[in-house]
Design a protein around this ligand. Structure first.
Ligand SMILES: Cc1ncc(COP(=O)(O)O)c(C=O)c1O
Length: 376
């Protein structure tokens, strides 16, 4: 991440560095080395250290109200790595991957690196459009083609902030079962809700057709490169039996020991509570500033969790073209087109409220409002 002095960088969806629990992680690392040093510094089990898997299962029981089994969890080097691993074991170049649209732009990069053909499924204000999903799957079936997976961020989406409701989740699970479609649920923002917890993970609706990807990047620190995958035991053992894990052992193994210790010490609960309050305050600051500064014709919805606000510009304004003028005014964002595979999103842009201190966001909203106003 490169932050330019004097710029308000709304483009980076990173946690604020001041919110990283440096002291507590240092303490956990010292304890992990003192108590499990030899284990922590050797090659680890392919599935990940049992100590962390047990902690994750216990936490998921707390989050979901339903226990995950040990054989349903694999430790990964974050969601990005987990998505790549799923592609490696479940797809071949040339296969079709369905992607919710708009969706996390770097996931599109990972899927493309694996040579997949990406077909967008549109979303509306309530998330993935299941009528369009069913229609696309029916068309593919008629053409004798198969979609290998659907990638979606149904909870506090990056980039839109939207959460798929319980009814649509249940219908999505039915469609996945009907078409034997693997739903890859990127669940990275689940714990960062502001007022009420989101609906259950997709995997609570169907354990056979859903892979749920979790991460410590947003709730602890992205530099740990640590996350987990929850899936049917057969898929977990296929992943654990992949060449990379057989050769190198479990991923981010030392970090996994540190985080297991951090969780064992009971530190994660309080930290997540603090993060919710901090990000909620930032969301409130940015929403208030945008309401005040954006000109008529701009629209956005306040997200109920996560890191992002998705802004729709007045008719006739192209977010990518406007970026040059925004940069001159020293404010930056990500144009909506980056989150589409088919050229949509020209009138939209993504703002992250996770990284910047409140005063900077207020100034950024002022600059943005001015730039949009001058273009309207
Ligand atoms: C939706 C989504 N998935 C995955 C990631 C990256 O996760 P990780 O650091 O666990 O690879 C991000 C980070 O911005 C994200 O927004």
């Amino acid at each position: 991440m490169h932050l330019r002095p004097g710029y308000v960088e709304f483009a980076w969806g990173h946690p604020d560095l001041h919110l990283l629990p440096l002291e507590h992680l240092r303490h956990a690392a010292v304890r992990a080395l003192a108590d499990h040093g030899h284990d922590a510094l050797s090659y680890g089990a392919a599935q990940g250290p049992g100590r962390l898997i047990e902690q994750i299962c216990a936490r998921l029981e707390q989050v979901d109200g339903q226990a995950a089994r040990l054989d349903q969890i694999l430790i990964t080097a974050g969601v990005s790595h987990a998505l790549d691993l799923i592609c490696a074991i479940h797809t071949c170049p040339g296969n079709i991957a369905l992607v919710e649209s708009p969706v996390y732009h770097f996931a599109l990069r990972i899927l493309r690196d694996r040579g997949l053909e990406l077909l967008p499924i549109p979303t509306d204000q309530d998330g993935l459009r299941l009528d369009m999903l069913a229609q696309t799957l029916a068309q593919l079936r008629r053409a004798n083609r198969l979609a290998r997976l659907l990638y979606t961020v149904p909870t506090f989406s990056n980039p839109t902030g939207i959460t798929l409701g319980a009814q649509r989740r249940s219908r999505l699970a039915e469609i996945a079962a009907e078409h034997d479609l693997l739903v890859v649920e990127d669940d990275v923002y689940r714990e960062l809700w502001f007022d009420t917890p989101p609906p259950p993970s997709m995997i609570m609706y169907d354990q056979a057709h859903v892979v749920r990807l979790g991460s410590f990047s947003k709730i602890l620190a992205p530099g740990l490169r640590l996350g987990w995958m929850m899936a049917a035991p057969a898929l977990i053992s296929r992943a654990a039996g992949s060449g990379v894990l057989t050769s190198g052992g479990g991923l981010s193994h030392f970090q996994a020991h540190v985080v297991a210790e951090y969780m064992r010490l009971g530190l994660l609960d309080a930290h997540v509570v603090d993060l919710r309050a901090a990000y909620k305050a930032r969301r409130d600051t940015l929403v208030a500033a945008l309401l005040k500064c954006l000109p008529a014709g701009c629209h956005f919805t306040a997200p109920e969790g996560g890191f992002f606000i998705w802004v729709r510009l007045p008719e006739g304004i192209d977010a990518a073209a406007l970026l040059a003028r925004a940069e001159e005014a020293r404010v930056a964002y990500v144009p909506g087109a980056h989150f589409h595979v088919d050229g949509g999103g020209q009138r939209e842009l993504r703002l992250a409220f996770s990284l910047l201190p409140p005063q900077e966001m207020v100034e950024g909203a002022r600059r943005l409002g001015h730039v949009i106003g001058a273009a309207s």
